[in-house]
Unconditional design. Structure first.
Length: 89
């Protein structure tokens, strides 16, 4: 269970200004959130050890990119085969 002191400390760490009046409102909400995480942890098959650790992402496919001329075709200014941009200092 999280106390008002804990919420105040977390707010300081996160650099969030919370008034004393708001502590009374945020502390129960914070505890409800943590109780919900406990509920989620109790669901079967959700721990990292029981998950299927196969790759769920697609395989990379190599496709040809733009040539330098195609990439520079619409730029208003170019110099020596590169985009030319204003100097920033």
């Amino acid at each position: 269970m999280v106390s008002e002191r804990d919420v105040e400390h977390i707010a300081e760490l996160a650099d969030i200004g919370i008034t004393k009046d708001e502590l009374g409102e945020f502390t129960p909400q914070f505890n409800e959130i943590l109780e919900y995480f406990d509920l989620l942890d109790s669901v079967e098959g959700t721990s990292p050890a029981t998950r299927d650790l196969t790759n769920i992402f697609r395989d990379d496919t190599v496709v040809p990119g733009l040539s330098a001329d195609e990439a520079l075709a619409n730029t208003p200014e170019k110099e020596d085969g590169f985009f030319k941009a204003p100097r920033v200092m």
